[in-house]
Ligand binder design. Structure first.
Ligand SMILES: Nc1ncnc2c1ncn2[C@@H]1O[C@H](COP(=O)(O)OP(=O)(O)OP(=O)(O)O)[C@@H](O)[C@H]1O
Ligand SMILES: [Mg+2]
Length: 281
């Protein structure tokens, strides 16, 4: 059984259709990433799956249940990082986590979760005194404290410093190794490339592309850059080996250096931006 199964999902706000009949599924143990520009419908979709919003049409199954019914059995098995969350400002980090742990039958150890997200130094700090990135780490801790099977992470690393982001990636990989299923959104394409087994790109409420990061990057090319006579040359090619051989042999024969030589595959971000350029609004 799929951990998450979405068919023909639709949602409008007023007359405006934010999600326009999308279909996708997550296998158990999979990390799936929803990508797409601001307003594409990612949060709408994810909050419908979490049971925080109702749908207008379509079939949705989350761990075999309909999230709209808000069964306690389902809530105990999912963990959530909302895009915007409000914690209780006047309680401390560990107090907040203990309160949340109390909602679950088999919570994780609070101290362990504090350590996992790197908040040891702030464990007794009031939530209102945390920095933006530290608050986000607490959000992540709150999603993990119930030891859920399925985790929804809506832009979990927004505001993280580079080191915290790497730590969060390790955390997600660790959760995946434990067999957890993860649905993630992010605007960091390197994050999607690092973490996702599969990605779907949403645009204006429609999935415009879906596949593994390598499938999406099948169209990616190699870019060779160097400086010649003061000008930067950039060549995109599907035959980097041959082209590089020609360029370097010529330069060696002429006894000169290809200055600032760089060879680079286009990234998932390049492919993503090309895809959005090509897709009509
Ligand atoms: N509660 C709401 N009431 C009215 N319109 C809404 C509401 N929530 C979202 N929308 C609209 O629905 C569309 C999709 O919004 P959504 O938050 O799902 O996008 P998103 O892909 O998560 O964007 P972002 O990357 O900025 O978080 C947007 O046009 C937004 O203005
Ligand atoms: Mg969003």
């Amino acid at each position: 059984m799929a951990a998450v199964d979405v068919r023909g999902l639709r949602k409008s706000y007023g007359g405006q259709e934010a999600v326009r009949g999308i279909t996708f599924a997550l296998a158990e143990g999979e990390v799936f990433c929803l990508l797409g520009p601001n307003g594409a419908g990612k949060t709408t979709t994810i909050e419908i799956l979490e049971g925080y919003r109702t749908r207008d049409a379509g079939d949705v199954s989350v761990l075999g249940l309909d999230p709209q019914r808000r069964d306690r059995a389902l809530r105990e098995r999912i963990g959530v990082v909302l895009q915007h969350s409000e914690s209780w400002a006047n309680v401390t980090v560990t107090e907040t986590l203990r309160i949340f742990a109390g909602y679950y039958r088999r919570p994780r150890d609070v101290d362990e979760v504090v350590a996992l997200v790197g908040l040891d130094a702030k464990r007794d700090a009031r939530v209102k005194t945390l920095s933006g990135g530290q608050k986000r780490r607490l959000d992540l801790a709150l999603a993990l404290v119930g030891d859920p099977d399925l985790i929804f992470l809506d832009e979990p690393t927004t505001g993280f410093d580079p080191q915290a982001r790497r730590n969060a990636w390790e955390l997600v990989r660790g959760l995946r190794a434990l067999g957890k299923t993860i649905l993630l959104t992010t605007h960091y394409l390197d994050e999607a490339q690092q973490l996702a087994d599969r990605v779907a790109v949403l645009r204006d409420g429609v999935i415009v592309s879906e596949g593994t990061p390598s499938e999406l990057m099948a169209s990616s090319r190699t870019e060779i850059r160097y400086r010649e006579n003061g000008a930067v040359k950039v060549i995109a090619t599907d035959e980097p080996t041959r082209l590089l051989h020609e360029l370097t042999s010529r330069a060696v024969a002429e006894g000169r250096e290809l200055e600032e030589l760089e060879v680079r595959r286009s990234s998932l971000e390049d492919v993503y931006l090309d895809l959005l350029d090509d897709t009509p609004e």
